[in-house]
Write a protein that binds this ligand. Structure first.
Ligand code: NDP
Length: 260
């Protein structure tokens, strides 16, 4: 199946590891060019080089903190030098761990900047580029926690819910510019970070059982997705084959969501 992605420029935030890296590879496998971003310069540059060599596409890296206005601007400027973005994946993000009683304003502000303002700033800058090119696609990586909160991360739940609403609102604003905007809410995705945390909690010998316990508790398929399984969904939604889809949120959670 030709997904119509060949030669398109996909900007993927948080593209140096985990879901973002798998999405970047998924695009490259379809012949799309890439601009991947993360704060860690060495890792993001190494991954861009590896992907370019493996798939024969152009893959650039920008080391930038998208939780800042300056970091977003650096990404927008670099995308312009590559001819303008066709696809934006707002993926950079991270879990939190706090109670509402104890978390201070600075923590709330950081997650707001990372999960919401990055999408606002990059959406503003890169949708303008897409409009000039005749259209494009924006995809937000929120989380099942946007609608089904985990008790230990109220800031994550709240900012991801805000991201979902931003996505819907942006979709309404740019639908006339031939730009489609959607959200994916993943469930459990086995990234290196999950493995690292599980090893810290349960040790080298017990981490797999710990992860299985997490999956059992979620229910449904009772397993983690691979980043590649998640990436397939992202790539499809950004392709011409998903041309009637905009303003929607898709759950890819192995049956974890407990509501319709
Ligand atoms: P990882 O921790 O594996 O990767 C996060 C990526 O984002 C890295 O490339 C990291 O690079 C980058 N990043 C983090 N903060 C910033 C920042 N301020 N500016 C720029 N880049 C940043 O995450 P996952 O792949 O697990 O998650 C990706 C997204 O998916 C997140 O938004 C997460 O909330 C969401 N998600 C994940 C689930 C899971 O089970 N894994 C489930 C549901 C949603 P660097 O540190 O170098 O900046």
């Amino acid at each position: 199946m030709d997904l119509g992605l060949k030669g398109k420029l996909a900007v993927v935030t948080g593209g140096s590891v985990g879901i973002g890296l798998a999405v970047a590879e998924g695009f490259a496998a379809e012949g799309a060019n890439l601009l991947i971003t993360a704060r860690g310069k060495e890792r993001v540059e190494a991954e861009a080089k590896r992907i370019a060599e493996k798939f024969g596409v152009t893959a650039r890296a920008v080391a930038a903190d998208v939780a800042t206005a300056g970091g977003c601007e650096a990404v927008i400027v670099e995308a312009a030098t590559l001819g303008g973005a066709d696809i934006l994946i707002n993926n950079a993000g991270t879990g939190s761990n706090e109670t509402i009683a104890e978390a201070d304003d600075a923590k709330w502000q950081y997650y707001w900047d990372l999960h919401v303002m990055a999408a606002v700033r990059l959406g503003r800058g890169l949708c303008a580029q897409m409009k000039r090119k005749g259209g494009g696609v924006v995809l937000h990586n929120a989380s099942i926690c946007a609608v089904q909160p985990l008790w230990y991360e109220p800031i994550y739940n709240t900012t991801k819910a805000a991201l979902m609403m931003f996505s819907k609102t942006l979709a309404n604003e740019v639908v006339g510019d031939n730009i489609r905007v959607n959200t994916i809410n993943p469930g459990l995705v086995l990234t290196p970070d999950w493995v690292k945390t599980a090893k810290q909690i349960a040790g080298e010998g017990g981490y797999e059982a710990h992860l299985q316990g997490v999956a059992d508790e979620a229910g449904g398929m009772k397993r983690f997705a691979t980043p590649e399984e998640m990436a397939n969904f992202f790539v499809f939604l950004c392709s011409d084959k998903a041309s009637y889809s905009t303003g929607s949120t898709y759950f890819v959670d192995g049956g974890w969501l407990r509501t319709v």
